[in-house]
Design a protein around this ligand. Structure first.
Ligand SMILES: Nc1ncnc2c1ncn2[C@@H]1O[C@H](COP(=O)(O)OP(=O)(O)OP(=O)(O)O)[C@@H](O)[C@H]1O
Length: 821
């Protein structure tokens, strides 16, 4: 078989015991000599430990699945394994591909590879055997191929093209949505201002509240996940459109999808889902030979969040390159079902790989030693993950053993702060944080006596703490005209501000609601289209008109304060002159003016967008919207002058393609834009964002939104309905090859699984202290507020409550494993 011949060629290289290279038995000692953090020290456990060593030294020719608990050093292991492939097995860094889930994690891996790689290579150049030297002379540790799978696909498609494959342009979310609307949905699903009723009826199954999309914005938001899933789930479209229910709607959606994909193809653009699809297609048709010929090792981090399309890419790469394959993940930390992540692909990795590549038997190794958290925290998240017996079949079989704590105790138990209302909670939490980071610490009771929760003596600051929540929105969304209410993140921001402490929560509000962004956009609007002369004649949706109006008002009010600089001209004068296309420098007005340049010029009057870390993130979101609009908007984000009717149309296009999407909240603040946050800021982030991170003090909001057992909040704590994402999985199960795999658990079970994994990730982030916060109604003995995060089980039993002996039940649950402060 061709595969086996290739196998021989590649693995002969990998398993060669060449005397020219470092013997495998010398690798770990070399690490310990060369890299300071692995140097043995009295009182420190040897690192890497025995389990990590087994993973690093595992033979490259046998695919490896590492099931790694939180804080078990999986990144460490991946990096050392990659270095071993170079030093022991003679690969060059450019042969080794390492992928992970986020750009941030990829950057972290790269930093460690380069730092440790340089130390190791430097050491071996001096102390390694002479036969190793010619190989080391070729090793450049900067050449490891690292990134997210998307970034690697994009790179490969761009750089490894044959002359007939043009370089594709990659579209960001809102640009892809705009084209999906214009080229895919219009004239199929959406005709002359109306959404096809059959399609609306079908989509209602997957909207959050079960109502059909009522306008184009909602239509786009409900269709996008379906189109993405067509690619990620590798949906067989002919089967999909002949399913017995909603057949007409399915057929229309498939037509719309076809038109959208065709348009992108014709104009040589790709959205993110199609990027991976295009990569796989080229891989399969042998058009990426230059890539597969070079790859000798593939190491994948965060494999538990892989989708079917990505799995197909990895398997195809493996099949074609016969590279050494190692995947690392933690089924208990899979969080991205809504993006098509399918934890079963990790759970069943070995059997799935064997199906695709016969005669290959992957091996599983577990990493269960935790080097991040105190034993009290480890024991807390261990008991959390086994709390609900109904969850256990969802885990890797057999489940990895309980995580073992390796750090010493600091005496503190897991803490809880529960108050009667959010303002009190915010005040007390701010006071606690202030004591810890600005005062002498806060004394709490520990199992062995009082313990002081205090900042690190050297350099400890607010940057060591984080608030994690399912959502960090600072306000509730106003419902039916009601005023939005300030949530814990906002109340805490105010409380900390009153103590002169800044917060970093750039995703706390939609871009369109941030006052300084409103002022900037209003100024830009008044430059482009003074007095709404054009805007008022355009057919924009009500929400867009309304917000664009309020941007202009925000600008007018701000300009009224005559903000500096006022020399050589003030803000109003600049905007008015721009509106008249009248140069203030006496030069003739250019024929084309990039809107991005207008934005940057205006920044002179908006210093917080330049200097404040939150402002920088918001500004970046706006400038990305402008530059992305240039990829699809007919006038490429330019304003024309002296070109007749094009002058007007260029402005109308800018309003429609840049400003309206911001006004309709179609542009997100990218969670990966993270400027360097000053250490004295207190960060708030979603649990999703915190994946892979660690902090000395982690505060998890488990209940500040739950005063009563309101039906509307159940999906966040104790769902009585399957989530819309699991509904969609069910709907697509037949035309998807992993459909039945997912259906091994009911949609409601999967909805619970997602919540359990979410809070498991949250509870495993802290190093020294974990504090759960919420309203005290959540802890009452007779509470009706069930919540997975507070150890309720799907069958309605509650681990924190045990039978009482007296006549009246106690006011508070009697088995709460928290030190309440
Ligand atoms: N053998 C070891 N001895 C001491 N510390 C270690 C060892 N291995 C890893 N660590 C440390 O443990 C912490 C967790 O490691 P790492 O960030 O690689 O975890 P992870 O497995 O990726 O975690 P998660 O899955 O929760 O994101 C890091 O601070 C790392 O330096």
């Amino acid at each position: 078989m061709c595969h086996n011949q290739d196998d021989f060629r590649a693995f002969a290289h990998l398993s060669r015991r060449s005397p020219a290279l470092l013997p495998i038995t010398d690798f770990i000692p070399a690490i310990r000599f060369a890299i300071p953090r692995f140097r043995p020290q009295p009182g420190r456990l040897p690192a890497p430990d025995a389990q990590q060593e087994a993973c690093i030294l595992h033979p490259p020719a046998t695919p490896l699945q590492i099931v790694a608990g939180p804080g078990s050093g999986k990144t460490t292991v991946l990096v050392l394994r990659a270095l071993r492939l170079v030093i022991v097995d003679g690969l060059l860094p450019e042969h080794v591909l390492l992928t992970t889930f986020t750009k941030k994690a990829a950057a972290e891996i790269r930093t460690r590879l380069i730092e440790w790689g340089l130390q190791l290579v430097g050491y071996l150049r001096q102390h390694g055997p002479s036969q190793l030297q010619p190989h080391l002379a070729q090793v450049d540790v900067n050449r490891f191929v690292t990134g997210t799978l998307d970034s690697l696909c994009e790179d490969a498609l761009r750089t490894l093209r044959v002359a007939t494959d043009p370089a594709p342009a990659l579209l960001e979310g809102f640009a892809a949505d705009a084209l999906m609307h214009r080229r895919g949905l219009t004239n199929t699903v959406y005709n002359t201002g109306t959404i096809d009723p059959a399609v609306a009826g079908y989509l209602a199954n997957f909207t959050f509240d079960g109502t059909a999309p009522g306008n184009v914005g909602e239509l786009i938001r409900s269709v996008r996940p379906i189109f993405d899933r067509f690619a990620h789930d590798i949906i067989d479209l002919p089967t999909f459109q002949t399913l017995p229910t909603h057949t007409g709607a399915r057929a229309l959606l498939v037509r719309g999808y076809g038109a959208y994909v065709q348009h992108l193809r014709d104009t040589n653009r790709l959205d993110f889902a199609l990027l991976e699809q295009a990569f796989l297609e080229r891989l399969r048709t042998g058009r990426l030979a230059r890539f597969t010929d070079v790859v000798r090792a593939i190491l994948v981090d965060e494999y538990q969040d892989t989708n079917l399309l990505q799995e197909s890419i990895y398997f195809e790469l493996f099949r074609r390159s016969n590279a050494s394959l190692s995947v690392v993940g933690d089924d208990d930390q899979s969080l991205y079902r809504f993006r098509g992540a399918t934890v079963e692909l990790f759970r069943d990795f070995r059997t799935r790989l064997a199906t695709v590549v016969p005669n290959v038997a992957a091996q599983r190794l577990d990493l269960i030693a935790n080097y991040r958290s105190t034993p009290e925290i480890v024991s807390f998240f261990n008991s959390f993950i086994v709390n609900d017996p109904d969850f256990s079949p969802a885990r890797v079989q057999p489940p990895k053993p309980a995580i073992q704590a390796h750090l010493p105790s600091n005496g503190a138990r897991v803490l809880g702060m529960f108050r009667s209302d959010v303002p009190t909670l915010a005040t007390h939490l701010a006071a606690f944080l202030h004591d810890v980071f600005r005062g002498n610490g806060r004394v709490v009771s520990g199992a062995m006596g009082p313990v002081t929760v205090a900042k690190a003596p050297q350099g400890g600051d607010f940057g060591d703490a984080v608030l994690l929540a399912h959502s960090v929105n600072e306000f509730t969304s106003g419902f039916m005209g009601s005023t939005p209410r300030a949530r814990l993140p906002h109340q805490l921001r105010r409380e900390l501000a009153s103590r002169n402490v800044g917060v970093f929560n750039p995703r706390g509000q939609a871009l369109r609601d941030i006052p300084v962004i409103q002022q900037l956009l209003g100024a830009m609007l008044e430059c482009l289209d003074p007095g709404s002369a054009l805007q008022s004649t355009m057919r924009l949706r009500g929400e867009a008109q309304q917000y664009l109006g309020s941007f202009r008002v925000a600008y007018t009010q701000y300009a009224g304060t005559n903000p500096p600089p006022v020399q050589p001209h003030d803000l109003s004068a600049f905007v008015m002159a721009w509106g008249r296309r009248q140069s203030q420098s006496g030069k003739p007005w250019p024929r084309e003016w990039p809107i991005l340049e207008l934005c940057f010029t205006l920044l002179a009057w908006f210093p917080s967008l330049r200097d404040d870390p939150e402002g920088q993130v918001h500004l970046e979101a706006v400038t990305r919207a402008i530059s992305q609009s240039a990829t699809f908007s007919p006038y490429r984000a330019l304003v024309l002058h002296g070109s007749g009717q094009h002058d007007r149309i260029s402005v109308e296009n800018a309003l429609r393609d840049i400003f309206a999407p911001i006004a309709e909240s179609s542009i997100d603040v990218d969670e990966e834009i993270m400027p360097s946050i000053p250490r004295d800021r207190f960060a708030m982030m979603t649990i999703h964002q915190a994946k892979g991170l660690e902090f000395p003090l982690v505060i998890v909001d488990v209940g500040s939104d739950f005063k009563t057992n309101h039906a509307k909040t159940r999906f966040r704590r104790f769902p009585d309905q399957p989530s819309n994402v699991t509904h969609l999985e069910d709907d697509l199960s037949q035309p998807c090859s992993v459909g039945t795999l997912r259906l091994q658990r009911t949609a409601l079970q999967r909805t619970f699984d997602d919540l359990i994994r979410l809070y498991y990730v949250a509870y495993s982030r802290p190093q020294s202290a974990l504090l759960l916060v919420g309203l005290d109604t959540c802890l009452q003995y007779s509470t009706s507020i069930r919540h997975t995060a507070t150890f309720w089980r799907a069958d309605g039993t509650w681990a924190w409550r045990t039978p009482y002996s007296g006549r009246r039940h106690p006011p508070q649950a009697n088995n709460i494993p928290l030190e309440l402060i």
